[in-house]
Design a protein around this ligand. Structure first.
Ligand code: CP
Ligand code: NVA
Length: 304
């Protein structure tokens, strides 16, 4: 049976561990002549811009012997009102998998329901699962294990924060989120997270004070204040997020050695200062590289 990757909530810890192991294998060995996607074509449907996700998925498909077809959503008939279920049914007759970046998570879920081939979420307004898998891989590389690590997410309760909540709950990572009032992860995500977290012993908190949140942080993570699709809110967001910048003072407040993560693209001088982003404890470019290894792992395990 085909398997989709629409969010971290559908993965178990052992699934995540298999992905991490496979990614480590690809990164370490860079196997030549291993072409599990030979003769297979994958569609990349993108409604939003992308640098990392698009390029690393296309390269991953190519390196595994497959054929990537980049499909700008505006150029598809879906842009003129074709139903998602029709697109899913039809593309399933040509392709071996679909990677999609769009606005509504429900569109990805609908596509997955009607496509008979795997559908992989390359970001929606609600989740960014492939990013968080690469982040966890990066943390595991740095600390040998993600167990016992405290991650502090500063900023917008967006797709990245939501996927972090799901991952932390599944893996028992301590996660503290500091967001301005009104910009926290939504109640539905919190409820889903709490259901899983009840089974584990890790701590998850969502608060407003970034200085309190970063106490004892191993990782400080941030993302843009204005995500794709919310550009008209930028002016009010700039005001709301003042005080949530990841800068030298905030990093010093952890009172221990702390590493810095950001999914990128970064808005230097807004959510993070250049000295922190470029500093010696920044993991951001390793994180970006690891997207490639993680995508190879996902493709190898998901596309059959
Ligand atoms: N982090 C990330 O998904 O980057 P892109 O938008 O460039 O793909
Ligand atoms: N939260 C950001 C992530 C970009 C990779 C956005 O959705 O624009």
């Amino acid at each position: 049976m085909k398997r989709d990757l629409v969010s971290i909530f559908e993965l178990e810890e052992r699934d995540i561990q298999r992905i991490l192991e496979r990614a480590a294998y690809f990164k370490k060995s860079n196997p030549q002549g291993y072409y599990p996607l030979k003769g297979k074509s994958l569609g990349l449907i993108f409604y939003k811009p992308s640098t990392r996700t698009r390029v690393s998925f296309e390269v991953a498909i190519y390196q595994l012997g497959g054929y990537p077809i980049f499909l700008k959503a505006q150029d598809l008939q879906i842009g003129r009102g074709e139903a998602i279920k029709d697109m899913g049914r039809v593309l399933s007759r040509y392709l071996n998998g679909i990677i999609i970046r769009t606005f509504d998570q429900s569109d990805i879920e609908e596509l997955a329901a009607y496509a008979t081939i795997p559908v992989i979420n390359a970001l929606s307004a609600l989740y960014h699962p492939c990013q968080i898998l690469a982040d966890i891989f990066t943390i595991q590389e740095k600390f040998s294990s993600y167990k016992g690590i405290k991650v502090v997410y500063i900023g917008d309760g967006n797709n990245v924060a939501n996927s972090w909540l799901a991952a932390a709950a599944k893996l028992g990572i301590t996660l503290s989120i500091a967001s301005p009032s009104g910009y926290e992860p939504t109640g539905e995500i919190i409820a889903r997270t709490k259901q899983i977290a009840q089974k584990g012993a890790n701590q998850l908190e969502i608060i407003h004070d970034p200085y309190r949140a970063v106490q004892g942080a191993d990782i400080i993570y941030t993302d843009v204040w204005t995500s794709m699709g919310r550009e008209e809110e930028e002016a009010e967001r700039l005001k709301a997020f003042a005080g949530y910048q990841v800068n030298k003072e905030l990093v010093a407040a952890t009172q221990k050695e702390t590493f810095i993560m950001h999914c990128l693209p970064a808005h230097r001088g807004q959510e993070i200062t250049s000295d922190v982003l470029d500093g010696e404890n920044s993991l951001v470019y390793e994180q970006a590289e690891n997207r490639l290894h993680i995508h190879k792992a996902i493709l190898d395990l998901w596309i059959t």
